[in-house]
Design a protein around this ligand. Sequence first.
Ligand code: GYE
Length: 321
Amino acid sequence: MHLKKLMTTAALAALAIGAAAAAQAADKLTVGFVQIGAESGWRAAETKVSKQEADKRGIDLKISDAQQKQENEIKAIRSFIAQGVDAIFLAPVVATGWDPVLKEAKDAKIPVFLLDRNIETQDKSLYLTAVTSDAVLEGRTAGQWLAKQTNGKCNIVELQGTVGASVALDRQKGFVEGIAGHPDLKIIRTQSGDFTRAGGKQVMESFLKAENGGKNICAVYAHNDDMEIGAIQAIKEAGLKPGKDILTISIDGVPDIFKAMSEGEANASVELTPNMAGPAFDALIAYKKSGTAPPKWVQTETKLYLPDTATAEYTRRKDLY
Ligand code: GYE
């Protein structure tokens, strides 16, 4: 009798534990992350950090790599809708062309979070929030630094990010604002290097050839560090000294640019965090719990780094990324 009672209690307890585990599993959020690709060190870091942030919160994160193609991103969104995920994180490779597929997500009641880039749409209800840096501010910070550094006199070449990406448009716009009012600060050439090292190197080679082997160029502004690192290589191969003969200013704050700065081959970088997913997960959890929508824009920090702290920053970051 006593034993039977005990067993019953144990069985009941086991049942209760089973039910709790099932409830917990049902509570576990699944997020589909439509990632652009791995075009830059910053992007690879973002993917890595996203996984860590998901693990910290017990979120099941599924990542799809779109190889820098919008059509692949659209397919991935549709597949995540079909899987019935709890939310979709989208890093949109370009700014336009999202309305139809985001409407499908909305109809399926799956909230969309934009990560690190923005979209152009008339209908802001197509996404819940955007977690991004202020890319105009980044460009402006870069431009103002260069204006100061050169006393307002410099022939600049610009390596743009992916054509049509919000961050490329905004970083260009901000930079123009930053150098405004200095008639002798001129952007003499500008072209896309697609946010890649190889692209930056190739475009810089053509700029150097076209500008008297680089002698007409005073600085290279790149929309990301990877393109700048490619440009630094091209400058060296052309027999000039990057960081001295040609100044550099770029955006991201990846370990390799700090290494270049500590070696005197780069001059400045505007940092943005690769942790866009963390704040997005927190916003999602709060939204699921209480239904409170996050602000439409969750803005991350912008910070200019110079060679004085480069060695320390490199050491601090090299394993984090
Ligand atoms: O700066 C660049 C990457 O969208 C903020 O994309 C991101 C940018 C980042 O390829 O390195």
